[in-house]
Design a protein around this ligand. Structure first.
Ligand code: C5P
Length: 237
């Protein structure tokens, strides 16, 4: 597989209430953006059809379903998802059982499976509430290792954890990082954020950016800025 270009490493999260708004944004971004994420908000408003249409236009599509259920259900859901011919699909990476079921459901399809480790809006206190005393970074690492063991292609994790994941999993395992912000911009509800430069230098293969682009006055200009940051971070030294 050839290495993705800086442009291909930016995934824009189409977190919008309607397909029409998402289509307007895609049109405004034009050739600048080649990879889109369709998540829960848009899925309930015709997002699957939009995902198919984006694929037909030659874009790459990440379906952010964040699946979590008993193995049998996850396996069959993933098997049906392969029919859409999309690129990435997320499953919560809590345990081997669920992830192995997803791998079985994927079969021989090219769909890449990514494990959600610990959501980037969660802090150590939030994890304590759930009954885990592990620090977010340690839980992320444990789940990344489980994901690798189960046959997943990669993980979703914050840029703060990307370095440790890369060191533990080696090359070839995908690290996709949301919670990305340019220095000085609003963090919204995110907690474990990093800049694009930091995430890429730490070993992330892709960055996921939502609100900084979807809510910008000039989304194309902001997307270009993110791509320039990726390109600069790729330079040696
Ligand atoms: O708007 P913002 O850039 O914060 O959007 C980040 C996107 O990444 C959202 O679509 C969110 O669902 C997703 N995400 C995340 N943290 C994860 C997994 C996915 O923020 N661990």
């Amino acid at each position: 597989m050839t290495a993705p270009t800086a442009k291909d490493r930016l995934i824009v999260a189409l977190d919008m209430p309607t397909v029409e708004e998402a289509q307007r944004l895609v049109a405004a971004l034009g050739d600048t953006v080649s990879f889109y994420k369709v998540g829960l908000e848009l899925l309930f408003a015709g997002g699957l059809e939009l995902a198919r249409a984006l694929k037909a236009e030659g874009k790459q599509v990440f379906l952010d379903m964040k699946l979590l259920d008993i193995g049998n259900t996850v396996e069959r859901a993933v098997a049906n998802a392969t029919e859409f011919g999309l690129d990435f699909l997320t499953v919560h990476g809590h345990d081997l059982k669920t992830m192995r079921a997803a791998v079985a459901g994927r079969g021989t399809s090219k769909l890449k499976l990514l494990a959600v480790t610990v959501l980037t809006n969660l802090t150590a206190d939030d994890l304590k509430q759930q009954g885990t005393s592990l620090a977010p970074a340690d839980l992320v690492l444990r789940r990344a290792q489980l994901a690798r063991e189960s046959g997943f292609d990669g993980v979703i994790a914050s840029g703060q954890e990307a370095g440790r994941i890369r060191a533990a999993t080696g090359r070839g395992f995908l690290i996709v990082t949301p919670g990305i912000r340019l220095t000085g911009s609003s963090t919204d509800d995110q907690e474990r954020i990093t800049t694009p430069d930091h995430a890429i230098r730490a070993g992330a293969n892709y960055i996921v950016v939502g609100r900084p682009i979807t809510q910008a006055d000039d989304p194309r200009l902001v997307a270009e800025t993110f791509i320039n940051h990726i390109r600069e971070a790729e330079l040696p030294g």
